[in-house]
Design a protein around this ligand. Structure first.
Ligand code: D41
Length: 679
């Protein structure tokens, strides 16, 4: 046990290291140590703090989550009010904004602007005193907000202590707390599966998470913060341009938006707006516009503000992602796996940049939860590439003749019973491939780009072919004659010939594509590839039982069950034979010839790595054919031991069992020799 002084020094050093690595990971998105190493440092700190509780400080990374829930949030008066933003909705508004600025400044010179996405979240103020986070508050009405310090502390991209030594002794950072799209979808998916109420949008989810009196709940929510300006600053030097202020904040440990840029004049602002507009759906977070700010802080000062909005900034809005419209009817669609999805037919409405006339209602529970009726005015949301959704009902606008929605007991397409599994939200048509809807979807999937890649065979064409009885099964596709195809809507002789040629070309495929194309439940591209690699040929895969299937990397009991069940079905086997008789083929040799020198070997990877990320190392070992297991047993062929694992249980066990071991350097050498890693 170290003495108190030594412990104190060690604790300080650990806090500093953890703080820095937290910054590399959450703020810069560029970690320099493996997760395991971070965990090891954190564990060391926790152990020391357990022995020396008097040495625990508020800025310790172990102290992010508070124990005691609040009963109420205190009010916070912002020493410097948090201003609001004027909006622009068209290029002309932006040109007017620029003109007003030049008039006021009495200049003809071009104005240089800072451009940054307008995050759709909650504006907050974070106060640092001598580099330590002292208080976090919501913007509120701009003059007064709420003290949410406990909750703010749980957000990993907000430093508890600033980095470096050149920050001002008092620094109030202003920014936006938001929930990235992926985290939002995950949170809502989990809520739906539990039968809980999902959040309407990421902004509400962020707001709801910050409003928790118990910070332990906030800590479980995927929140982030991006800094967008500073408020109170005392002492120290600040740069003279807005963008440089943000770069300084970034150096001191805060996240800033990576899309931030300087636009040298107002026409560059319009270019930026259009460029980001195109990119909007692909950004990992919701934005509702672009904020343009005069970049020169002395010009900002001269311009000042009117009625709580600065004259030097404007938010140029994008089309809204939520709009109201009327629910005309509800149809029940049957998907490839039989899932019955209620789809809202809507009065067409312009949302998120496109006209929307259909939106998903997800499932039976969702209809219940929303309490929606046909004729209702509903709020539709379209964000990114997710399908538009009905997120709420404006009950005050319900007409007298609104009618309730009944979820069908029989499949609307084939009449087979619709079955619900207890504890699962989805209801499924039990018709299988008897069901025309499931057949259509199966054929569309079979033809799609990542499956058999049949050029020119789109969804509409598949529907026509099935509707007209030309095609009943996937194998029928290969029996089509150009003359039959030419008779279909919007098909000429030439395009019919092209399609037949494309069908012919698709016959030569790979095992992994073929497996994916079969549309086995829960078997996506990655799983199809893993299955193909593991078994090498189709007969071996078809003969595998669930236990053998679970030997495949990333195949768990659920997937193994679906795969085994699929291949046991008589009509699956018939369909495969039919396809092969039509000439669909692939070469098993291709799989066998793949360089898999570690095939049949089981590796265990332990400890922390510096030359390669651990997950990458595992993946590359798998690429070389090895199975990577989590624990050492007599079946293990080799244990790769990273730093800090010399005394760990896996290493000790490997030695006991006389199993081969290698260190990180030897592993990297192996991967390099096999040509899968360059270092
Ligand atoms: O991303 C944002 N939501 C954002 C909001 C941003 N990037 N910059 C902002 N800048 C300001 C000023 C110009 C007043 C410093 C803002 C906001 N304000 C703001 N957020 C909520 C109200 C105002």
């Amino acid at each position: 046990m170290p003495n108190t002084l030594e412990a104190q020094e060690k604790i300080e050093s650990l806090k500093q290291q953890l703080n820095y690595h937290n910054y590399r990971y959450y703020v810069l998105d560029d970690p320099t140590i493996p997760d395991a190493e971070y965990d090891r440092l954190l564990q060391q700190l926790q152990e020391l703090e357990r022995s020396y509780p008097q040495l625990i400080t508020a800025d310790s990374p172990t102290q992010r989550v508070g124990e005691a829930p609040l009963s109420v949030f205190d009010q916070v008066v912002h020493e410097i009010p948090m201003l609001s933003l004027d909006n622009a909705f068209a290029d002309q508004d932006l040109l007017d904004f620029d003109r007003r600025i030049r008039d006021r400044l009495k200049t003809d010179a071009e104005i240089s602007y800072a451009a940054e996405p307008k995050l759709d979240g909650i504006a907050v103020s974070i106060l640092y005193r001598n580099g330590v986070l002292e208080r976090g508050a919501t913007r509120g009405d701009g003059a007064t907000g709420e003290d949410i310090t406990q909750n703010v502390r749980t957000i990993p991209s907000i430093p508890l202590r600033l980095i470096g030594d050149d920050y001002p002794p008092v620094l109030e950072v202003r920014g936006e707390i938001y929930m990235p799209k992926a985290g939002f979808e995950r949170l809502n998916q989990a809520a739906r599966e539990r039968g809980d109420k999902p959040f309407v949008n990421p902004r509400n989810a962020a707001a709801g998470s910050l409003r928790q009196l118990d910070s332990r709940i906030t800590a479980t929510r995927p929140l982030e913060m991006c800094a967008y300006s500073v408020g109170l600053v005392e002492g120290g030097e600040m740069p003279s341009r807005h963008t440089d202020v943000l770069y300084a904040l970034n150096r001191w440990g805060l996240k800033i938006n990576p899309e931030m840029a300087v636009a040298e004049n107002i026409s560059a602002c319009m270019d930026y707006y259009r460029k980001l507009g195109e990119k909007r759906d692909r950004l990992p977070y919701d934005i509702d516009g672009i904020v343009f700010k005069v970049n020169d802080l002395s010009l900002q000062q001269k311009l000042g503000f009117v009625s709580r909005a600065p004259r030097w900034a404007v938010a140029y809005k994008f089309p809204a992602q939520e709009e109201m419209t009327r629910l005309l009817s509800v149809e029940f669609q049957v998907g490839r796996t039989g899932a019955v999805t209620p789809v809202a037919r809507l009065e067409p409405v312009f949302v998120g940049g496109v006209t929307v006339s259909n939106a998903t209602l997800h499932n039976r529970d969702e209809i219940q939860r929303l309490g929606v009726m046909v004729g209702d005015t509903v709020v539709v949301r379209r964000a990114g590439d997710v399908i538009p959704q009905v997120v709420s009902v404006v009950k005050s606008k319900r007409p007298a003749d609104a009618s309730s929605i009944t979820f069908p007991d029989a499949c609307p397409v084939c009449g087979s019973p619709v079955e619900s599994v207890p504890g699962e939200a989805v209801a499924r048509c039990t018709g299988g491939l008897i069901c025309e809807a499931q057949r259509k979807e199966a054929i569309k999937h079979f033809a799609s780009r990542k499956a058999m890649d049949i050029d020119g065979l789109g969804d509409k064409l598949v529907e026509q072919m099935v509707d007209q009885g030309l095609v009943h099964s996937v194998a029928d596709l290969y029996r089509l004659q150009a003359a039959q195809v030419a008779g279909l809507e919007r098909m000429g002789e030439k395009s019919a010939q092209n399609l037949v040629a494309a069908l012919d070309k698709s016959k030569s495929t790979t095992l992994e594509r073929f497996l994916f194309a079969l549309g086995i439940r829960e078997v996506g591209e990655a799983t199809a590839r893993a299955l193909a690699r593991h078994f090498g040929n189709l007969p071996a895969l078809m003969a595998a039982d669930e236990e053998q299937l679970q030997q495949v990397p990333d195949v768990g009991p659920v997937v193994a069950h679906f795969v085994a069940e699929f291949f046991q079905q008589e009509h699956t086997r018939e369909a495969i034979v039919a396809l092969q008789e039509c000439g669909v083929h692939w070469s098993d040799l291709e799989v066998a010839a793949r360089h898999e020198p570690l095939a049949g070997k089981t590796y265990v990877v332990t400890g922390s790595f510096e030359l390669i990320k651990r997950d990458l190392a595992k993946k590359l070992l798998q690429d070389l054919g090895a199975k990577v297991a989590g624990s050492v047993s007599a079946k293990t062929h080799c244990v790769v031991v990273g730093g800090g694992a010399e005394n760990n249980a896996k290493y000790v066990k490997a030695r006991e069992l006389g199993i081969e071991t290698m260190d990180e350097e030897q592993l990297v050498t192996l991967l390099k020799e096999q040509g899968v890693f360059e270092g």
